[in-house]
Design a protein around this ligand. Sequence first.
Ligand SMILES: Nc1ncnc2c1ncn2[C@@H]1O[C@H](COP(=O)(O)OP(=O)(O)O)[C@@H](O)[C@H]1O
Ligand SMILES: [Mg+2]
Length: 400
Amino acid sequence: MKNPFKGSFNIDFYTNQSTIKWIVLVVAVIIGVGSIIYTNSLVAKLKKGEEDKIRLWAKAVEFSSSPDADPSALTFISLNLITPDNTLPVIVIDSATQAINQVMNVSENLTVQQRVLEKMKKENKPFKILIRNGEGGTISDVQFVYYRNSYLLRQLGTYPYVQLSVIAIFAFIAYLAFSYSRKSEQNRVWVGMAKETAHQLGTPLSSLIAWVEYMKGMAELEGRDDIIVELEKDIKRLEMITERFSNIGSVPVLKSQNVFSVIDSSLNYLKPRVSSKVNFKINTEDQELTAKLNKPLFEWVLENIVKNGVDAMSGIGNLNVTIGELSESEIFIDIADDGKGIVKGGTKDVFKPGFTTKKRGWGLGLTLVKRIIENYHEGRIFVKSSQADVGTVFRIVLKG
Ligand SMILES: Nc1ncnc2c1ncn2[C@@H]1O[C@H](COP(=O)(O)OP(=O)(O)O)[C@@H](O)[C@H]1O
Ligand SMILES: [Mg+2]
């Protein structure tokens, strides 16, 4: 049967999906950078306004200190400018003594004033006031006006960063929640389908077993043991399939097993079922290595990987399995073929459902394999290496 999802759910789907991811990322970066640039320009404008205010104030103070200032102008200035309605903190210091001369909108506490002054020095350049009440209007004193920008302005500068971080955290949590709920939904579908399949197969299977027992005693089949033998083989095969599905549909029991013998018997089962031009070989320095595994499921894993390897070498070549110890608590199983290698860019997608390069492929084999290894064995599986026309190595890591 042809894969009905073909065209809408194959490799194109994954290239499209990664394009969409890039677009989303680029748009998010543009929005982030844009909002920072915009706020920064607002901040710059406001800052300029505050600077102008203080400059004007400093000029007014300077002007009013001059003995020849026009008295009516002085009144205007002292009413409108020298008692400014601005809320900016200002500290005036004497250039000669560095002592604080005057403060506005700053606490009366002297230590606080010193602290605020340090901040002001870092924040803005001071304005100079030349006091001209010396004889004949000469400069009698030089003062510096330090100020801080308004609270609003300072908040506005950090606002986009706070806002973007909050949005990023929220997006991250939402993503986690969605992917968690998608995963648990997928789990329910896998488990449900597997249980149902095992259940549906069970009924005809037990009936078949009974029929074969009945046929063994039939006079008409005297001397035709071959029929019974073949039927029993098929029943065994059906039982194996049922067992696999029923294990996928429940919490599988893991037992410490000899890895070499499980793989050896599994390959012996597969050998006659694939091309005879494929050489199978198992390499291991230690045939006694054990791992916690569920035999029916693990055999299913091997079958899928081996069949993919045989497909990749079009039925002629070598399939080498290497078993070894990764650490005290982990063993690895490398399955290497010398086939054509995974298509370019496919290495990270081979485990995704629907990814297939085969005309009659479903793209579910490796999805199942990953599920069995990661969810049911708490192990790892990945493509260790893959090179065009050299071959592919899949590595499985299991708990020892
Ligand atoms: N050993 C391998 N060598 C080259 N490509 C592979 C190998 N194993 C898997 N692939 C690629 O991964 C795809 C998905 O494999 P799989 O999930 O088993 O689905 P299917 O076998 O139905 O295509 C294959 O179509 C193939 O392109
Ligand atoms: Mg396959």
